[in-house]
Structures are given as C-alpha cells and as structure tokens.
Design a protein around this ligand. Structure first.
Ligand code: SAM
Length: 276
C-alpha cells in the first residue's frame, strides 16, 4: 500500500531536495523565460507534482519530464495519461541523455533540486546545447553564475558557465512560493549558450580543473599560481603571461573567462613544447 499525505500526494522526500512551487505567477514566469520556439521540445528536470508541467500542458510544445522519485513519477504518469504531448521519464537526470530525449531543438526548464544544482548545470550545458536553460536556483548560486570578474561572488562557477553561455537573473523568488519553504531565497536564471563558445567541448573538463586550481588560490598573484598548477619555470610563466598581456601580479579572481581560457591554452602549449 502506498503512503500518501493529507492532500493525497506521496510524502515529501528531503533527500531529493523537494520544495514544490505553488505560485502561479512564478510558474508562468519560468515558462515565459524558456520561450520555446514552435517545434522545440521542453525538457523539464524534476517535475515533482507537476506544477510547472501543468503550465506547459496548456501550451503547444511537446514536453519530456525527468523525475527520480518513483511515487511522483507514477502520479505524473497517471495525471498526463490523456495528454500525448507529455512524456514522463523516471530517471536520475544526471544519467539521462537529455539531447537524445529531445530528438531535435529543445529548451530545458526546472525548479532543480539544490543539492545537485552545479552538476545539473554542467550536465545540461553540453553540445548539442539547448536554446535556453531556465532554472530556479538558490539566489546565492544565481549571483555566482552571473558575477563579473573581480566581484565578490566571481568564482569557478561563473567562469565555467560564462565560457560557454550568457546568463541573466530574471527575478527573485521568495521562500513562501514553495511548500515546504526552503531556508533561502531563490531566483530564476536564464542561461543561453554562446553561438561561439570560448572553450570547446573537448577542453571543458580540463578547463574546469584548471579554473578550480586558479580559484583555489584566488588571492595570490597569477604568476605564482600558474607556477603551482603547472610544471613551468618562473621564466616560462613570465613569457606566457607577457604574451597574453596579463599582469603577473594580477589575482586569478580578476581574470575574465576569455583570459583564463587563453592562459590554459598557453600553459599547455609551453608545457608540450617543453616535453617534446
Ligand atoms: N518542479 C517541481 C515544483 O516546482 O513544484 C518540483 C521541484 S523540487 C525542488 C525538485 C524535484 O526534482 C523533485 O521532484 C525531486 O524528486 C526531483 N529530483 C531530485 N533529484 C533528481 C534527480 N537526480 N533526477 C531527476 N529528478 C530529481
């Protein structure tokens, strides 16, 4: 016999980061920000009880929703059984090939579970890219995503995301818009892939660890940081920085995504040259 709460829903599972939206205005705002074109598939991550799914059910695009909670998936499948545009996929989003599910152009939406926001962002932002990805995330994470170089919140997440996409905070969402309410304020963030990504798909994983290395020493001078994360001599590091017109005394936290990609490539080139 399945367990249900007093509203007839499966129990709230904290381990899956479940906070359900009930504010119609915010749900419409997320759907509007996703702005699917005719023919785009909407991929929804973590549909929960279907609050956002309902908004798209009234719109023309096909939607595939990925939900990990077995009880919620069953409930959703029954709910949308009569709607041929909607497919419910019971799976872990991080193990799902999103583009394959879309079968063509697509947008991604989701009030995503906060415990895996960053892995979801990087799982989604891969080629073939969605037209947009619109996520409801913690405000603090949204601020890190859009932060410019030199700002307090600029870090590895900002650089890695901005090397492949532009991002904008569409609006803030108060705790009261959810049941149960989370501890913190949230924000709708729209991410749009760059027509020409600064970093290639092949470089993405290496770039992430390079950036992690730089921000591990964000307040140190870049010349010393590059020496620590590479095998290059002080003179070689000096040459690399000079060729890129980067001040050796600059701090990693002031370098733009373009400069960090250029630095990774130049360090690699100098190291390869050394080893050949
Ligand atoms: N979209 C719904 C709403 O706004 O009311 C629910 C949002 S709730 C914050 C996050 C949802 O993601 C939950 O339904 C949860 O079960 C689901 N979820 C958590 N981890 C997941 C994963 N790895 N893959 C797919 N869904 C997941």
């Amino acid at each position: 016999m399945s367990v249900r709460n007093r509203r007839g829903n499966p129990p709230v599972l904290k381990r899956f980061g479940q906070h359900f939206l009930h504010d119609e205005q915010i749900l419409n705002r997320i759907a509007d920000a996703a702005a699917p074109m005719p023919g785009d598939t909407v991929i929804e991550i973590g549909p929960g009880r279907g609050a956002l799914t309902d908004v798209f059910a009234r719109r023309p695009n096909r939607l595939a929703a990925i939900e990990i909670d077995i009880a919620l998936s069953e409930q959703l499948r029954k709910k949308y059984a009569g709607n041929p545009k909607i497919t419910i996929v019971e799976a872990d989003v991080l193990e799902t090939d999103i583009a394959a599910l879309a079968e063509g152009s697509y947008v991604v939406v989701g009030n995503v579970p906060y415990y895996i926001t960053t892995p979801i962002l990087f799982h989604v932002m891969r080629a073939p890219f969605p037209r947009h990805a619109v996520f409801l995330v913690q405000l603090e994470v949204a601020e890190r995503i859009v932060a410019p170089p030199g700002s307090r919140t600029y870090g590895a997440l900002s650089v890695n995301l901005q090397a492949i996409a532009t991002a904008e905070i569409m609006s803030q969402v108060p705790r009261t818009a959810f049941r149960p309410p989370p501890k913190v304020t949230s924000a709708i963030v729209r991410i749009t892939p760059l027509a020409d990504a600064i970093v290639t798909g092949e470089e993405a994983v290496r770039f992430r660890s390079f950036v992690q290395g730089l921000f591990g020493m964000r307040r140190k001078q870049i010349a010393n940081v590059v020496r620590s994360v590479s095998q290059l001599t002080a003179a070689q590091v000096g040459d690399v920085l000079e060729s890129l017109e980067i001040d050796p005394k600059a701090r990693p936290e002031t370098l733009s995504p373009v400069e960090q990609v250029a630095l990774m490539r130049a360090v690699r080139l100098a190291s390869d040259h050394d080893n050949s």
